[in-house]
Design a protein around this ligand. Structure first.
Ligand code: HEM
Length: 390
């Protein structure tokens, strides 16, 4: 079976496939196919934790997703945060981390409240909303603009470009493909870097430039890392919140009656939606995973979404429960590359959950969810819902 085949992930049959693999701690080899060279896969919570642990002899520098090609490694390897290791990775984390930390939450709260309010107003005036297109991408794009330091005047355009590049397909950009929209964003980052070279501010771009060790291209690719990391994943957890509310209708009352459950609901939303489906590492030496020998240079794919439904760690994993304590989900990964934007993702989800709990009586699905055809992102291409407002 070629586990790179994106068609495997367009239906909920994937959960049964993963269950079969997690139950037996399976190590599966996918022959060269859609991914040149083939790759190992691990699925269980234990195996994923082993591969990603700080001491494991694996590297991210060749790339961290399926498609890895030994002959053509990721050109950002060793320069972009998520595909760097060692001292450079630590240096980048120290530079970028403070801009994504919990300390920024109070500053970002007002941006979030404004966005969540606007979303609620727009949804109130429409009978049916495709939240995958019209809501999911909006909050993360606004937050990322704030973090990177996009000037207010450019923000609306960049939010819409980001929305178009990562799934929203804005009608105002109907002559542009999503890939072209992404190139447009990179072009914009180059301009922003030139502006900040002239006139530094207290934003991420200025901090990366001030450090002195990053070239202009390095600054741009690391802004792109934050942009992609912040948008591609979070938008599906946000969309998934509406799916969860429709599937588990008691949750709205539960959160309204007991707001102390909000933090647990946020963690469970990340586990249940698990938008980062896999991460990839390459073995730096021969290594035994259980009884399976993985040779130096071979890639191993850790299926985070499968591990997050491992029945040995999460009882009744398909169920959304706010009483999982502890909730040791791997939605944000683990080890040295643990998501740097986790705090931001959490405050985005918390704002939305809190608003829905106070304003909404029920959420109904208007048709089945359409899942993305992707082996990387577990996400929605469309999720139409209607709401009963209080
Ligand atoms: C890394 C998931 C939100 C920025 C990661 C990784 C995962 C992940 C699994 C680890 C990658 C690896 O091990 O190779 C998620 C999920 C999110 C989310 C599920 C939302 C629900 C965000 C946000 C931002 C962000 C909001 C920034 C605004 C990053 C960055 C890294 C990262 C910069 C690289 C960290 C490193 O390599 O040290 N994320 N992420 N993420 N994420 Fe997130």
């Amino acid at each position: 079976m070629d586990l790179a085949n994106p068609d495997l992930y367009t239906t909920e049959d994937r959960f049964a496939m993963w269950r079969g693999y997690t139950e037996t701690d399976a190590k599966v080899w996918s022959e060269p196919g859609l991914s040149p060279g083939g790759f190992w896969s691990v699925f269980s919570h234990k195996d994923v934790g082993t591969v990603l642990s700080p001491k494991a002899p694996f590297t991210s520098e060749y790339g961290m997703m399926i498609g890895f090609d030994k002959e053509h490694p990721d050109s950002s390897g060793g320069r972009m945060l998520v595909v760097s290791d060692g001292e450079w990775h630590t240096a980048l984390k120290r530079l970028v981390g403070p801009f994504l930390s919990r300390l920024r939450a109070p500053e970002l709260q007002s941006v979030l409240e404004r966005e969540v309010k606007e979303i609620a107003e727009r949804m109130r005036s429409a009978r049916v909303t495709d939240v995958a297109r019209e809501v999911g991408p909006r909050l993360p794009a606004a937050i990322v603009c704030e973090v990177i330091g996009v000037p207010i005047g450019d923000r609306e355009n960049l939010i819409e470009l980001t929305n178009h590049a990562f799934g929203g397909e804005e009608s105002s950009f109907d002559k542009m493909t999503p890939a072209e929209a992404h190139s447009e964003i990179l072009f914009y980052f180059h301009e922003l870097v030139a502006e900040r070279q002239e006139k530094p501010g207290d934003d991420l771009v200025s901090a990366l430039l001030a450090d002195g060790r990053l070239s202009v291209d390095d600054v741009v690719i690391n802004c792109d890392n934050v942009l992609i990391g912040g948008n591609e994943t979070t938008r599906h957890s946000i969309t998934g919140v509406f799916h969860i509310m429709a599937r588990f209708p008691e949750l709205l009352d539960e959160l309204r009656d007991d707001p102390d459950r909000l933090d647990a609901a946020v963690e469970e939303a990340v586990r249940w939606t698990s938008p980062a489906m896999h991460v990839l590492r390459v073995a730096q030496e021969d290594v035994l995973l259980g009884e399976q020998l993985v040779r130096a240079g071979e890639p191993v794919v850790a299926w985070l979404s499968a591990a997050n439904r491992d029945e040995r760690v999460f009882a009744d994993p398909g169920h959304f429960r706010t009483d999982r304590r502890p909730n040791r989900h791997l939605g944000f990964g683990t080890g040295p590359h643990h998501c740097l934007g986790a705090a931001l993702a959490r405050i985005e989800l918390r704002s939305l959950l809190s608003r829905l709990a106070s304003d909404v009586r029920s959420v109904s699905l208007e048709g089945d969810p359409a899942w993305m055809r992707s082996n990387l992102i577990q996400g929605y291409s469309s999720l139409a819902v209607s709401m009963d407002w209080r």
